[in-house]
Design a binder for this molecule. Structure first.
Ligand SMILES: CCCCCCCCCCCCCCCCCCCCCC(=O)SCCNC(=O)CCNC(=O)[C@H](O)C(C)(C)COP(=O)(O)OP(=O)(O)OC[C@H]1O[C@@H](n2cnc3c(N)ncnc32)[C@H](O)[C@@H]1OP(=O)(O)O
Ligand SMILES: Cc1cc2nc3c(=O)[nH]c(=O)nc-3n(C[C@H](O)[C@H](O)[C@H](O)COP(=O)(O)OP(=O)(O)OC[C@H]3O[C@@H](n4cnc5c(N)ncnc54)[C@H](O)[C@@H]3O)c2cc1C
Length: 668
């Protein structure tokens, strides 16, 4: 819909006092990347049939899947044509390069039935397979000769993976594994693309050799015929039905009735089963969980991008929306001028930046640790696991909550599917649950913090870099309002929470509770300690990484980015006042000062709000929102979308004659 740009948005853009392009380049990791991304977007999005004519919402469940798959495949083809550079790069190099790429979401808004193929299936092959297996399966998967998914969760168990029931029993005589689902609860449940898309999957199953259980291992299993796509004998496969989101992802169920696969189809980079049934253990049993660590890292990237899209929509809409008349005879203000609105939205911009920096830092750590694992060094694996858990939890929880805030900030129109905000919430809130439910992952983090605390108490002071602050024995200093001072205070809070939860745990143990019951009883405190630890990491990485970049930034951009960082720090200080009052020397006066500083920052950042979201540089096709388009013509777009409703195709719906009229006449 080409048209004049809304005057309020033009005014906002004129007010912006930094170079939007400079920020876009920073977020893209360089001007060259911005250029490449834009060219790719332009080329791909001009392909016919990639974007929907009829909004997806009006399609049936079945049609949504079919349409989602059709578009995904067109999209993959388009990438093969226009993204030749990626084809020559490794899977992991591409992940880093595509960190900024949200192009796929213009095409498959509610994600794609190939999502699991492209993410977990690929990474499992590359990280869990031997060199030979990785080459063989990796090539087939990359060329889409086979389509796969990752089948771990079962109807009965998702979190507790040691409790999974699917069995892979080794038959020495035939040198095969027999895959079997002994009960209904052993059915795989949830894998994306499993329903009707995948013909292969990596199945996590309990390995049995001569009656002995060797724990969970990954197996490549073909589930459908490559020619007819019919399920293979012994395979029961289907789709699990409509969900809050992910309705085009084709999540499925899968059961096995004694399905045989060759011995070589166990992914044997870590643990191995020899022909005669000899089991060679993995050097570290947790290496089988590697695909989960990887996905926890990339989730941070996806979730903050969902947030940056939501806040782009909400800020642009808040610039064009006018409401109420606080000053008599004055025009209605833009809702963005209400400080409560700024309070809702500006934190969403700084949170997007916080996770932008965090995920890059964590990805580099992931790559470094992975290289060490390849050399047989495992010492940094626990630290990576705990950081991935902490950051997955806090990013998914924060971003999802803020996306909902963005939706609410758009009032009634934010409730329209055409705003894209409900959809963004749907895909984002899934990240709170998948790849390790957040509470459960916080308990993993707490387990590690408690162990570290106990080691420190026993005098062992060589601890991982991220928890060094737990060793701090200095007395609590006077409150310091600088960013460094605030960071140190958050460390005091985390340390205090770890300390009190460990002493509660001890007390419960001493009172006669078993270690497990004591743990359960203290678990509310434990997850609060874990969350406080996660907050410390984000605060410190955001600050460190921005400061590292600051010498390369122009003064105006450096200033606005620093304001956003400060806003983030003060927002969380005010959110956590109770904790800070308990564990630091924060006073009532300090809180009042911080509140004023916060209000001052909102005022300073306000004129740049539209510039800041423009810098995320989402094309209208990617935002796909009636409220958030670049030209700000929200009302025209809302009307245009409403007219697409099939109900509006005829002035009188047949239900009038059938039901309403007889009912009105008392004849129904
Ligand atoms: C072309 C078109 C366009 C297409 C689009 C293009 C793409 C565009 C991109 C779009 C964006 C999308 C983004 C990607 C999304 C992908 C989708 C994913 C979907 C979701 C997939 C899933 O959802 S898939 C299932 C995940 N399901 C879990 O996630 C289970 C959680 N449950 C556990 O994970 C374990 O159950 C749990 C709790 C650890 C306990 O495990 P457990 O009982 O065995 O362990 P214990 O607690 O006993 O702990 C024993 C010791 O192991 C240590 N440890 C534990 N785990 C460890 C580990 N991983 N590494 C190292 N160490 C580990 C621990 O720290 C202890 O260490 P220590 O002894 O020293 O203390
Ligand atoms: C959209 C979506 C896509 C998914 N895709 C895939 C996929 O492709 N492949 C795949 O294998 N799986 C997939 N999953 C499954 C996902 O990984 C699991 O749902 C997730 O790990 C949570 O497990 P659960 O469903 O068993 O929840 P549960 O563990 O049953 O959680 C229910 C509640 O119990 C609590 N709880 C559980 N254990 C504990 C504990 N030890 N201590 C305290 N509280 C506890 C949780 O906090 C939660 O409140 C997907 C899920 C979703 C929603």
């Amino acid at each position: 819909m080409a048209g004049k740009v809304n005057q309020d948005l033009l005014n906002e853009r004129a007010k912006c006092n930094f170079d939007v392009e400079e920020l876009t380049n920073l977020l893209d990791d360089g001007a060259e990347q911005t250029k490449k991304r834009r060219t790719l977007e332009q080329n791909v999005l001009s392909i016919k049939g990639l974007l929907d004519d009829v909004p997806e919402e009006y399609l049936s469940h079945k049609e949504k899947y079919e349409n989602g798959l059709r578009k995904t495949l067109l999209f993959c083809k388009a990438l093969q044509t226009y993204d030749k550079e990626s084809a020559n790069k490794s899977f992991q190099e591409n992940i880093r390069l595509n960190f900024r790429n949200s192009l796929w979401s213009a095409v498959t808004k509610d994600t794609s039935p190939l999502l699991l193929h492209l993410e977990m299936f690929m990474i499992s092959i590359l990280e869990q397979g031997t060199e030979e297996q990785s080459k063989y399966w990796g090539k087939k998967a990359a060329n889409f000769e086979i389509i796969g998914t990752y089948a771990q969760t079962e109807l009965g168990h998702g979190t507790f993976i040691r409790g999974l029931e699917t069995r892979a029993t080794y038959d020495v005589d035939t040198e095969e594994f027999v895959l079997h689902s002994p009960t209904i609860t052993a059915y795989k449940w949830w894998p994306g693309g499993m329903g009707h898309t995948a013909n292969h999957c990596v199945v996590m199953a309990q390995l049995y050799i001569k009656g002995k259980n060797y724990g969970l291992q990954p197996f490549m299993v073909q589930i459908r015929d490559l020619e007819t796509h019919m399920p293979l004998p012994g395979v029961k496969v289907g789709e699990i039905g409509p969900k809050l989101g992910f309705n085009t992802v084709n999540n499925g169920f899968l059961g096995f009735d004694n399905v045989r696969i060759p011995r070589e189809w166990m992914l044997m980079k870590n643990a191995q089963v020899l022909k005669d049934g000899t089991y060679k253990a993995s050097p570290n049993s947790k290496l089988a969980y590697g695909a989960m660590v990887y996905v926890r890292v990339v989730i941070i990237n996806s979730v903050f991008k969902y947030l940056s899209r939501a806040v782009t929509i909400a800020v642009r809409y808040s610039a064009v929306r006018r409401q109420s008349q606080p000053k008599p005879n004055a025009p209605e203000p833009q809702i963005m001028d209400y400080v409560t609105q700024q309070h809702k939205l500006l934190i969403a911009i700084s949170t997007s930046h916080a996770y932008h920096f965090t995920v890059r830092w964590l990805w580099d750590l992931y790559i470094k640790t992975n290289k060490e694992l390849k050399r047989g060094e495992f010492k940094n694996l626990p630290e990576l696991h705990i950081l991935a858990c902490s950051m997955k939890v806090i990013s998914s929880a924060d971003c999802t909550a803020l996306i909902e805030k963005c939706r609410l900030a758009c009032g009634g129109h934010g409730y329209m599917l055409s705003s894209s905000l409900p959809l963004l919430y749907g895909v984002s809130t899934a990240t709170v649950t998948y790849e390790g439910e957040n509470t459960v992952l916080l308990l993993q983090v707490a387990r590690s913090l408690v162990k570290t605390w106990e080691q420190i108490s026993k005098g062992h002071i060589t601890v991982s870099p991220s928890v060094v602050y737990l060793c701090n024995r200095t007395p609590v200093p006077k409150w310091d309002n600088s960013l460094e001072g605030i960071l140190q205070s958050f460390k005091r809070v985390a340390k205090g929470k770890v300390s009190t939860s460990v002493s509660s745990l001890d007390q419960y143990r001493k009172s006669g509770l078993s270690p497990e019951d004591a743990w359960n009883k203290a678990s509310v405190q434990l997850i609060a300690a874990a969350e406080a630890h996660a907050r410390v990491i984000v605060l410190s990485v955001y600050k460190d990484e921005l400061e590292r970049k600051s010498s390369t930034l122009s003064y105006p951009l450096g200033t606005v980015l620093l304001q956003l960082l400060e806003l983030y720090y003060i927002y969380w200080t005010l959110e956590k006042t109770g904790d800070l009052l308990l564990h630091t020397r924060l006073s009532e006066k300090d809180v009042r000062d911080l509140q004023y500083r916060y209000e001052e920052l909102l005022e300073k950042i306000r004129p740049n709000a539209v510039g800041l979201v423009d810098a995320f540089d989402y094309r209208d096709e990617i935002l796909s929102s009636t409220l958030g388009a670049y030209d700000g013509r929200a009302y025209e777009r809302l009307m245009e979308e409403a007219l697409k409703s099939p109900l509006n195709a005829e002035p009188v719906n047949e239900s009038f004659e059938k039901y309403l009229k007889p009912f009105m006449r008392g004849k129904l």
